[in-house]
Write a protein that binds this ligand. Structure first.
Ligand code: SF4
Length: 186
């Protein structure tokens, strides 16, 4: 993973020398990894670009190679905004056949929108995890899981940043990511 992100032979590093904040290694549906789990596993081994290594740690500290769509977030990127954007996509894509997906993706989109726009509550994170759990494994096709995993994993690893969107509303509305960088010590 380190070679893939930073070597000139592959991605050539992060633009403007910014620091790595997170990575979604297998398309938008797979769990996000915070910077300290991108190049190393929780056991301290090198994280490799293989199905096995990326899955090391399960959903607690690992992710999936999935479709191989590789997204790197630098320190300026907002996890709440990106998670809302993923959910917006899955809500739009839901065909509506199963109620957990049809209703749940819409609820997640609404709650994430209000968090991103300074109207969230501290209880919203537990609400989002609860909705994601009710979607996961309860739908006909994998789109339900694909919508639930990014939300659950973002809150698992970046709960503090979600809370910041509630407790620091003014800075949040102004997009002051400097504050969140400082607090999260990326
Ligand atoms: S899980 Fe699949 S089949 Fe069910 S509503 Fe969502 S997109 Fe449709």
């Amino acid at each position: 993973m380190e070679e893939f992100i930073y070597s000139d032979a592959w991605c050539g590093g992060i633009k403007r020398g910014k620091r790595l904040k997170a990575c979604v290694p297998g398309g938008s549906s797979v769990p996000i990894l915070p910077h300290y789990l991108v190049t190393k596993t929780a056991a301290g081994e090198d994280r490799l670009m293989t199905y096995e290594s990326l899955a090391d740690g399960g959903f607690a500290t690992g992710s999936m190679l999935g479709s191989g769509g590789f997204i790197v977030y630098d320190e300026d990127q907002c996890i709440v905004r990106n998670t809302w954007n993923f959910t917006r996509f899955y809500h739009h894509e839901s065909c509506g056949q199963c109620s957990p997906c049809r209703e749940g993706t819409g609820w997640m989109e609404k709650v994430l929108w209000r968090l991103e726009n300074g109207q969230g509550k501290l209880s919203d994170m537990d609400l989002l995890v609860d909705v994601a759990k009710k979607i996961e494994g309860n739908t006909i096709c994998p789109l339900g899981d694909a919508a639930a995993w990014p939300v659950a994993s973002a809150i698992r690893h970046f709960r503090e940043e979600f809370e910041w969107h509630v407790t620091e509303r003014e800075a949040c509305m102004q997009g002051n990511y400097g504050l969140v960088r400082e607090k999260m010590a990326v």
